[in-house]
Design a binder for this molecule. Structure first.
Ligand code: NAP
Length: 329
């Protein structure tokens, strides 16, 4: 723990972020940091720090629940270094007049890149093929060895056509894919601009070769894809989730893969993170798993930290941050 006591507003940062951004914040704030890069801040440290903090800059790994928020006596802002903010109890924070901010836009293209990379890796079995070679199993070229699914000219179904969903559709266009989408609100202008088609969730699941989840995690989207939905999908279909764990029911996904109701899954996010090593999904060769790296490019992570620091700074100074998510509340 780093702490320099002064009379400036007190902020707590729950993980090491780029030094230049910490230095900037230190010009106007008394900054404390949980500076262990690879382990989340223990709950008791977070509780202790939040009591008299004016601002909190946190990650999606921190659960900012009612119990924790009730301990805060002068907290003005929680700046989440992520676009998703399902880790924060927005209702309780809003009741206490605490501003919540996120980091949209700067991570859109990077996350769409990773989503398409995961789609390709899963369809063409890239991790499995790489392991095959390294394990010394490559004895000859063989007609049906490690054959996968075609991507070009196939049908992609995007559930949640927001910033990242749209960026993903643009990538799919480059592969001559037929693009279906389902969204809470229909987007006629985007349909015309990108030549994509709105469908019900059921129609999307029946027709898509690739189903990509791109909604936030909310009470509405929790377990949005479960047993009955996998049954609607093609046996050759691949599901990709880079949104949040828990939108897909993992138990039902495992069963659908074992029963060959669908062909494969590519997952960057899980109900429990880190994914326990004894998780049943890890026993299946047709599941490609990543440790929640959607926005993990060097440039984008620095930009996210900059945006999170700006949001925090603005709120501490009594301004309304551009990325405030609880304006209505
Ligand atoms: P966004 O612009 O807010 O897009 C979300 C879209 O989902 C919106 O179009 C929204 O519809 C739609 N939606 C919400 N609830 C829905 C429902 N019940 N049914 C159908 N559609 C629904 O957010 P974004 O920037 O694209 O980010 C999307 C999510 O990706 C984030 O919330 C985050 O959890 C996840 N993410 C993950 C990573 C990673 O590292 N893996 C990185 C970045 C983001 P409306 O138009 O009606 O609002």
């Amino acid at each position: 723990m780093l702490n320099k006591a002064t009379l400036k507003p007190k902020i707590f940062i729950t993980r090491k972020i780029p030094t230049q951004i910490i230095n900037q914040l230190e010009e106007t704030c008394d900054v404390s940091i949980w500076d262990d890069e690879y382990s989340p801040v223990p709950q008791d440290v977070l509780e202790e720090q939040i009591i008299d903090a004016d601002g909190l800059l946190c990650l999606l790994t921190e659960t900012i629940n009612k119990e924790l928020l009730e301990k805060a006596t002068k907290l003005k802002v929680i700046s989440n270094m992520a676009v998703g903010y399902n880790n924060i109890d927005i209702a309780t924070a809003s009741k206490k007049g605490i501003i919540i901010t996120n980091t949209p836009d700067v991570l859109t293209e990077t996350t769409a890149d990773l989503t398409f990379a995961l789609l390709m890796a899963t369809a063409r079995r890239i991790p499995e093929a790489s392991a095959y070679l390294r394990d010394g199993k490559w004895s000859t070229w063989s007609p049906m060895l490690l054959t996968g699914q075609d991507i070009y000219q196939s049908t992609i179904g995007i559930i949640g056509l927001g910033r990242i969903g749209e960026a993903l559709a643009k990538r799919a266009k480059g592969f001559n894919m037929n693009i279906l989408y389902h969204n809470r609100n229909r987007k006629p202008e985007v349909e015309v601009a990108l030549g994509i088609q709105y469908t019900s969730i059921e129609e999307l699941l029946r027709n898509a070769d690739f189903v990509c989840i791109m909604t936030p995690y909310t009470t509405e989207t929790k377990n949005m894809i479960r047993k009955e939905h996998f049954r609607m999908m093609k046996n050759s279909a691949i599901i990709i989730n880079t949104a949040r764990g828990g939108i897909i029911n993992e138990h039902d996904l495992y069963q659908a893969l074992v029963d060959k109701e669908i062909w494969a899954a590519g997952l960057d996010v899980f109900e429990q993170e880190p994914l326990p090593l004894n998780h049943p999904l890890l026993t299946l060769p047709n599941v490609v798993t990543l440790p929640h790296i959607g926005s993990a490019s060097i440039t984008t992570r620095v930009k996210m930290a900059e945006v999170a620091a700006t949001n925090l700074h603005q709120a501490i100074n009594g301004e309304t941050p551009k990325n405030m998510v609880n304006k209505k509340a």
